[in-house]
Design a protein around this ligand. Structure first.
Ligand SMILES: Nc1ncnc2c1ncn2[C@@H]1O[C@H](COP(=O)(O)OP(=O)(O)OP(=O)(O)O)[C@@H](O)[C@H]1O
Length: 588
């Protein structure tokens, strides 16, 4: 048994009883169908001999019984199998999400063909949605039908054997050929195709998501035609694969039907001499033939069953790829209690994203006492955001130490660390819901008054009141109905609401004009009171707020001090300050 198959079965283990019940009901449905056809055959053949009606009464009851039983069992089977599948799908989604969460927000790398690949958002979306849905097929269409076919095969073998060994042999030979031989052939022919179909579909969806996300840039650079052609090529490839899959499934259906009819014919040809010799009643002849036809109902779903096996395994492989990916950071086995002291100390810190890549930070050291404010400035790419992300422990550093309250960051549970920090980034993500909900994610249990108080401190409240539906106004996808400054103030209000002792501000005003920047900075000034604050910026505004400023260049601290002392020393900081002032004067 290949490993993904075994792991898929393990995932279904909690609902095994439901699945077995569904397979039992599926078998009973087919058995009722066989019963219906055989008793009907018996009834019709008997009726042709014009017997007394009383001789037919049992068969008539049988036909009624099997007719009703078939419908009822089918209904129950659908009910049970869907219930089992929905429960399984819910479990699978939670399982996948729980595996995904620790991998974020460090970039997501998966192991493929012995190499690491970064996952695109479209691909991840496909795994989280479609691949999990594909697994639903595995359990309903791949796993259950062979079980049902097995039950029917054994029962009908005994049934036909009861009329003569030869009938049992004929049945089992054709049944095995169509239930094992043909699906196996179809699997061999179709497994590559169904695997490729899953990966091509994934690639197509990734490209579509990329295109939709970047549509404005594609149009602006006149590249929409090229992108459309690339999608068209992918689409054609998918169509070709779908055609091949349809050929295989058509061939399989035809061969199974052929074998089903051949079984009926062979039964008929073999049984006729028995009837002539008086060893078999003529009425049984019809029962044998129609019984043989009806028992193939158990085999027909195997066609798609085997065909879907390749696709299901490919979907499973793609999901396990994520589940097996190693998170960038691990929680300690015996974590330190939540820190009470919120001073931060960084000593001789060096960091690079990959072993093969150059260091992004080199020998960085600083001490930030509780309640003080540190600003990190420097040209683009100097490593400012990386330093902030290391404080959040999105990655682990290679050399040096980073401590919070005297303990290394690795000593704390990741969640405990997040509980101590509020983050305001360059681009705040807002969910496609109301302003209220977007604020409340900072603290679910906050009261209305606390939420309004936070909005007021972030200078957001008056703006919200000016909206037609106040706090119940929807912000649109990614908060696009709000301006950049309004979005940043939502982020600051969240930080007020979360009320943590440490604040991490990563270029919170970078995309804002001077007037909006001023409003946001005023809100930040209120927010940072009494909190240990680290602010990353290359916009040198309100620098007097800082107790210490670090100037990073190519990952190293090249200058440090207060705003006044750094201006005096006339180094990089001073040059950045001059350039920025010149730009401001030009703009005015
Ligand atoms: N996830 C990542 N994987 C690999 N390299 C990265 C990653 N993020 C950043 N880098 C690299 O690390 C270096 C520092 O990037 P960082 O974002 O920390 O700089 P920054 O000073 O914040 O820049 P900016 O002011 O433009 O935001 C850059 O060379 C960047 O290409």
């Amino acid at each position: 048994m290949s490993s993904p198959l075994r792991r898929l079965l393990q995932l279904a283990w909690p609902i095994r009883n439901w699945m077995l019940l569904a397979a039992l009901l599926g078998s009973l449905t087919i058995i009722s169908g066989i019963g219906l056809l055989t008793t009907s055959a018996y009834l019709i053949s008997m009726a042709a001999l014009h017997p007394d009606v009383s001789a037919l009464s049992i068969a008539i009851v049988g036909v009624r019984f099997f007719g009703i039983a078939r419908g009822s069992f089918r209904y129950l089977e659908r009910l049970v199998s869907h219930r089992a599948t929905f429960r399984l799908l819910a479990n699978l989604r939670v399982w996948f999400y729980s595996a995904l969460e620790p991998l974020m927000p460090a970039r997501l790398l998966v192991q493929k063909d012995g190499q690491q690949h970064e996952l695109r958002s479209g691909d991840l979306l496909r795994r989280a949605v479609s691949d999990i849905d594909t697994l639903q097929n595995f359990y309903i269409r791949v796993l259950a039908p062979p079980l049902v076919a097995l039950v029917i095969g054994v029962l009908m073998w005994i049934f036909f054997g009861a009329f003569g060994i030869v009938f049992g042999l004929i049945f089992i030979a054709f049944y095995l050929l169509s239930s094992v031989g043909i699906p196996w052939l179809a699997h061999l022919l179709g497994q590559r195709v169904s695997r490729e179909m899953v990966s091509t579909q994934a690639e197509l969806e990734s490209q579509l998501v990329d295109s939709v996300q970047g549509i404005a840039d594609l149009i602006a650079f006149g590249q929409q035609e090229r992108q459309a052609q690339s999608i068209e090529r992918m689409n054609k490839k998918l169509q070709k694969l779908q055609m091949t899959a349809a050929y295989v499934s058509g061939m399989q259906g035809t061969l199974t039907n052929l074998l089903m009819n051949l079984t009926a014919w062979t039964m008929l040809l073999v049984a006729i001499p028995y009837v002539y010799r008086g060893e078999l009643s003529g009425i049984i002849l019809a029962v044998l033939v129609l019984g043989a036809l009806a028992s193939f109902e158990g085999v027909l779903p195997l066609a798609s069953s085997f065909q879907q096996l390749g696709g299901s395994l490919e979907a499973a492989r793609r999901l396990f790829e994520i589940v097996d990916a190693r998170p960038a950071v691990q929680n300690p086995t015996t974590p330190s209690p939540t820190p009470q002291d919120h001073s931060i100390q960084v000593k001789d810190l060096s960091f690079r994203y990959e072993e093969s890549e150059p260091y992004v930070l080199r020998d960085v050291s600083f001490t930030l006492p509780r309640g003080k404010c540190l600003m990190i400035v420097g040209p683009s790419g100097s490593g400012k955001s990386t330093l902030a992300n290391l404080l959040l422990r999105f990655w682990d550093y290679q050399e040096g130490t980073m401590t919070l309250g005297g303990q290394p960051l690795q000593a704390y549970q990741q969640d405990d660390l997040y509980q101590q920090m509020s983050v305001v980034e360059q681009d705040t993500h807002l969910f496609n819901t109301t302003i209220r909900e977007n604020l409340m994610i900072a603290r679910k249990q906050a009261s209305e008054e606390e939420m309004i108080e936070a909005a007021r401190k972030a200078q957001l409240h008056d703006f919200v009141l000016s909206l037609p539906e106040g706090y119940d106004t929807a912000v649109g996808e990614q908060g696009l109905r709000l301006s950049g400054g309004e979005r940043q103030r939502v982020a600051i209000a969240r930080a007020f609401l979360k009320n943590t002792p440490i604040l991490l501000l990563d270029e919170p005003t970078v995309n804002l004009d001077a007037i909006t920047e001023r409003a946001v900075l005023d809100a930040i000034k209120a927010l940072r009171q009494q909190r240990t604050t680290i602010m990353v910026t290359h916009r040198l505004a309100e620098m007097e707020m800082a107790d210490e400023i670090l100037v990073l260049h190519h990952g190293r601290i090249v200058e440090r001090g207060t705003h006044a002392s750094l201006l005096q020393s006339e180094g990089l900081y001073w040059r950045m300050w001059q350039q920025q002032r010149a730009r401001t004067v030009e703009a005015v």
